[in-house]
Design a protein. Structure first.
Length: 180
């Protein structure tokens, strides 16, 4: 029987430090900033108990390079393959997040309306919270209806830093939701 492996590497760029993990199919996990290996280990044990973690910095180089470009302000989207698993609804929400342009935000309600499920705002928020691939699937670009930062697996401090990096004006988060 073939060994099932999830490869990982610690990504460090300036003040940013997070674990990246991938299957042979693509990136499957991005950890929270400065959260430590336990966060990745617990996620794998919960979602992929039959897989083993194996550090492979060389294999993870393609992902680390694009993340470095993102944090340098050079890259606004990612082109590497992704391998994320969730319910069909979660995947529809995660796919919708890819429609939010760099430097823009949308509300949970707007995502629900985009999916033609306007009454499912809480389910949308729950699916966003279950996103295993932070930054790449840009859940940090989703904010509360009142323009405030709300729930983010990486914490609100990380969310604010990502939006600042993307130059989303702090006084218009949620109010200036579409690209000009």
């Amino acid at each position: 029987m073939e060994r099932k492996i999830i490869y990982w590497s610690l990504f460090v760029h300036g003040p940013w430090e997070m674990y990246l993990a991938a299957t042979t199919q693509g990136l499957c996990y991005v950890g929270s900033d400065h959260k430590g290996f336990e966060e990745l280990k617990n996620w794998v044990q919960k979602k992929f108990p039959q897989h083993q973690l194996e550090q492979d910095d060389q294999r993870m180089h393609i992902y680390a390079d694009q993340f470095a470009e993102y944090f340098q302000g050079i890259r606004t989207s990612f082109t590497f393959p992704m391998d994320f698993y969730g319910t069909p609804f979660q995947q529809s929400v995660w796919n919708a997040l890819h429609e939010i342009p760099y430097g823009c935000t949308h509300t949970y309600s707007e995502i629900a309306e985009f999916l033609q499920k306007p009454k499912s705002v809480r389910a949308v928020a729950s699916a966003i919270g279950a996103n295993p691939i932070l930054i790449t699937v840009p859940c940090h670009r989703v904010i509360g209806k009142n323009g405030k930062l709300t729930g983010f697996r990486g914490g609100l401090k990380m969310k604010a830093k990502l939006l600042d990096l993307e130059k989303v004006p702090s006084n218009t988060k949620g109010l200036n939701t579409h690209a000009k």
